[in-house]
Design a binder for this molecule. Structure first.
Ligand code: HEC
Ligand code: HEC
Ligand code: HEC
Length: 456
């Protein structure tokens, strides 16, 4: 897995921002974040370490800080950018290559403010603009876990693969100065209900849901870091690695307006509901992070998400329409894409589009199917996808890849068919759109029986 970030635009904007802010940024870079150098807690407190582990799950540190098949938290996961690649770092307590020699203040400053002990600014691929609101207590628990609960791994960090002068870090300091919030502990009193306040803290902070689900400005900062910054918060993000994070606001058709709090909890915990299944970038979030959270916390997150209003008062609620189901059942597959759907999809998603509850996701009324951007849909059709098992829903179900046997026109037709059947409404895509997505994904052809290959 690699992650792509568009920092070309960021670089251009930073050039425009000019050197004037450099001094300010440099000054900022040397200001200590907090006056406390040592943790006030008993460092051997096993409960504190356990709480730190739970918080590390909530923050999904492991997903970014472990390479494919690499040791946990030893870093090395590649993040592709248009100007070159960067790599996540070793955050195990190994003293030479990891962060074992860092004191609490240094750790805190990196995680909440994005500044390394030498004053360098971190790339915002590390979601410090979200982590900025973590409480000091939670930072101490995280520090206890990362200094005493994680196995040290000796593994040197990989330098960035970006050529000079773009590899210089001072423009990042300017970016941070302009766009990253000052670390300020979350103010729960802004929310009337303490349950919603806890949910807001987890969603905006450790969960860093906005890093994917909030649209970004031309200069790459998230357009809103909380609901208080406006209706762009969690309104649906740009495509990352070929997957488009959908809206988590109350839009009745393209958001989660029609989902109950219980469905949201079920989705986060198991990756599956009667409406939808987690796929793409959300699979990792469920696997590494959400399934490990307790029900009380998941409930607070769901309740908070349900407070985010729709961005479009004119968006009509979804209403099921049985025309397509009737046509398919009576043998009429003349609508474009209907025959492709009948031959390839009905076994799992059924002619009525309802799928099988918590096994094969419904396509009817599914917000992801009707979203503005159909990239994820085309992607999932081309490559297939596996709904992975979780602790409380251990069975795993796989959608096969179709990219090796459906051509671009057939994929476009069936995409349009599912986006506009059973009451769904979505813009249409063309074979050119499919060709564009096909270039960015790897389509595997199923293996043929081994035969002669058995000899070696
Ligand atoms: C979305 C991906 C992502 C997540 C999630 C993430 N990190 Fe990072 N982190 C990175 C990347 C990438 C870097 C390196 C950035 C750079 O080189 O400028 C980094 C750097 C760091 C550093 C600086 C290390 C050094 O040697 O300079 C620390 C400390 C850190 N992360 C801790 C954490 C903790 C703790 C969590 C969970 C609460 C976390 N990270 C979650 C991507 C992530
Ligand atoms: C790495 C990027 C990423 C992060 C971080 C992320 N998501 Fe997602 N999420 C996605 C993508 C991509 C989808 C669309 C695919 C799908 O429906 O599973 C999605 C879908 C969802 C859905 C289903 C919406 C629908 O209409 O079907 C929910 C609910 C959701 N995310 C909640 C969250 C919450 C809560 C967080 C923070 C704890 C979060 N996500 C963090 C990428 C992400
Ligand atoms: C063998 C059963 C099977 C077949 C056949 C199948 N799918 Fe799927 N489909 C699944 C499963 C399982 C998922 C969930 C994958 C995941 O969560 O990673 C899925 C997910 C999807 C999604 C994403 C929706 C969501 O919320 O997860 C779409 C869209 C989709 N399928 C469309 C189709 C279309 C169109 C066809 C026919 C060309 C098709 N599928 C054929 C099993 C199937």
């Amino acid at each position: 897995m690699t992650k792509k970030i568009d920092i070309q635009r960021l670089t251009r904007a930073l050039k425009r921002a000019g050197a004037a802010s450099l001094c300010a940024a440099a000054a900022l870079g040397t200001t200590p974040l907090a006056a406390h150098a040592a943790a006030p807690h008993n460092a051997n407190d096993a409960a504190l370490i356990a709480r730190g582990e739970y918080l590390a799950r909530a923050g999904d540190c492991i997903a970014c800080h472990s390479a494919n098949a690499g040791k946990p938290f030893a870093g090395g996961l590649k993040f592709d950018t248009p100007i070159g690649a960067i790599y996540s770092t070793n955050i195990t307590p190994e003293r030479g290559t990891g962060i074992g020699a860092w004191n609490f203040a240094q750790f805190d400053r990196a995680v909440r403010a994005g500044v390394k002990p030498n004053g360098d600014t971190l790339y915002p691929a590390m979601p410090y603009p979200s982590y900025a609101r973590l409480s000091e207590d939670d930072m101490h628990a995280l520090y206890a876990y990362f200094s005493q609960g994680v196995a040290p791994v000796k593994q040197a960090n990989r330098p960035v693969d970006i050529v000079w002068p773009l590899s210089m870090r001072w423009p990042l300091g300017i970016w941070r100065h302009l766009f990253a919030p000052e670390p300020v502990s979350f103010d729960a009193k802004r929310y009337a209900d303490p349950v919603i306040a806890r949910g807001a803290y987890l969603v905006q902070g450790l969960g860093h849901c906005g890093a994917c689900h909030t649209p970004r400005a031309a200069t790459m900062q998230e357009r809103a870091l909380s609901d208080l910054d406006g209706s762009a918060f969690l309104a649906g993000g740009a495509t990352i690695d070929g997957w488009t994070p959908s809206s988590l606001r109350g839009n009745p058709r393209t958001g989660i307006g029609a989902w109950s709090e219980a469905h949201l909890v079920q989705f986060l915990k198991t990756g599956r509901t009667q409406h939808s299944a987690a796929f793409g970038g959300m699979t990792d979030v469920v696997q590494h992070s959400m399934q490990h959270m307790n029900d009380a916390d998941l409930t607070t997150m769901a309740r908070y998400l349900k407070t985010l209003p729709s961005t479009d008062p004119k968006e009509a609620p979804y209403v099921y329409d049985d025309t397509a189901a009737h046509a398919l059942r009576s043998g009429d597959a003349t609508a474009p894409g209907a025959a492709v759907y009948r031959d390839n999809c009905t076994a799992c998603h059924r002619s009525d589009g309802h799928g099988y509850n918590r096994v094969f996701p419904a396509l009817s009324g599914n917000p992801v199917v009707q979203g503005k951007d159909a990239t994820s849909l085309i992607h999932v059709l081309l490559t297939g996808s596996t709904l992975e098992g979780t602790k409380t829903a251990p069975s795993s179900f796989t959608m096969p890849a179709f990219g090796w046997r459906l051509n671009d026109q057939e994929v476009a037709d069936v995409t349009n068919f599912v986006r506009n059947s059973w009451g769904n409404t979505g813009s249409t895509v063309s074979s050119t759109d499919v060709a564009r997505v096909r270039k960015t994904v790897t389509v595997h052809t199923p293996e043929m029986p081994r035969g002669a290959a058995l000899s070696h």
